[in-house]
Ligand binder design. Structure first.
Ligand code: COA
Length: 290
């Protein structure tokens, strides 16, 4: 007789699950973490955050909130070793249904681990774009860019004004929510806003990991792109990272984002071999199955 473990029960995570979730994530699990500036703990309270329970034990979890809507990312996924993949499939099905109810339009996952690939294919996810990595060794920073903008360190009260700017500059799946911007603000070493005639028209933030600097964000409002504002912000980021001791600076962009790639290459960034594929599916009926 073949032993088939009983199916786990899927339900929304609640605050009382916090200790059990921490235990699950510390035990042997297959895991996917893409929490960006937040932590796995921070996502409890967002929806959808689902758990699979078996014999009163949490055996799997999935957090994929549309943060901000209408695009969602898999932020946290875990499946206890020894549990069948169908526990996790049930979570993804429930996650997609919950996203539909919330009016979300798409679910994305960045650089899924091998244990997730077959499931993603079976559930109608497809590769969308590669996120690539550039690196620039320390060197002279050219003093270039628009002179008619003021580049000033962001203040906490400025962050709300970046939400519409972000929405104009990025497709939904790349936008940051207010919560994500606040979390980034607390952790980065430099966060600048470009002001033009009293209006925020661009921003950048950058952080330090050991001796490496990383530019986490660079954006210019589409109405004023191509007039040197991105260049000014990039100069500000590189200057700040050098001051903080970075020996090299990395950044990520999408393989098809030629505007940013040209800018980075002009500044001496070179492409590394590091990349992660975004897998994507629309929320709603499985686009692949009949
Ligand atoms: C990438 C971005 C920040 C550039 O900002 P910007 O203010 O337009 O940049 P600049 O005016 O300083 O342009 C500098 C160089 O970038 C390149 N560039 C900028 N826009 C470009 C475009 N639409 N097509 C091709 N190259 C472009 C060019 O090399 C340009 O120099 P040039 O005008 O002398 O040819 C801006 O396009 C943007 O915000 N895009 C959306 C958000 C984004 O993708 N951010 C980066 C990836 S996470």
């Amino acid at each position: 007789m073949i032993f088939r473990p009983e199916r786990a029960q899927v339900r929304p995570a609640v605050e009382a699950d916090r200790p059990a979730l921490r235990l699950l994530l510390r035990s042997p699990v297959r895991i996917h973490l893409h929490t960006d500036w937040r932590t796995a703990d921070d996502y409890l309270g967002d929806a959808p955050y689902l758990v699979a329970e078996h014999n009163r034990w949490l055996v799997a979890c999935l957090a994929c909130p549309p943060d901000p809507p209408p695009a969602a990312w898999v932020r946290l996924a875990a499946l206890a070793d020894g549990r069948p993949m169908r526990d996790f499939t049930a979570l993804v099905e429930a996650g997609l249904a919950a996203l539909g109810e919330l009016g979300a339009q798409e679910l994305n996952i960045l650089g899924p681990e091998r244990w997730l690939l077959a499931l993603l294919r079976d559930m109608g996810f497809q590769p969308l774009v590669d996120v690539i990595t550039y690196l620039r060794e320390n060197g002279p920073i050219p003093d270039q860019g628009a002179r008619d903008v003021d580049i000033r360190p962001a203040q906490p009260e400025d962050l709300a004004a970046l939400i519409p700017l972000d929405a104009a500059a990025f497709e939904p799946r790349w936008r940051h929510s207010a919560a994500m911007l606040r979390a980034a603000y607390r952790q980065v070493v430099s966060f600048d806003i470009a002001w033009l005639e009293g209006r925020p028209v661009g921003y950048q933030f950058s952080s330090i990991y050991g001796r490496y600097g990383h530019i986490g964000r660079l954006a210019t409002h589409p109405e004023v792109q191509r007039r040197g504002i991105g260049t000014r912000l990039l100069v500000a980021a590189l200057t700040a990272l050098k001051r903080h001791g970075a020996v090299a600076v990395t950044l990520n962009t999408q393989a098809d984002n030629w505007a940013s790639r040209r800018l980075y290459q002009r500044f001496g960034f070179r492409l590394t071999e590091e990349k992660a594929t975004v897998w994507h599916r629309r929320v709603g009926p499985d686009p692949v199955s009949p």
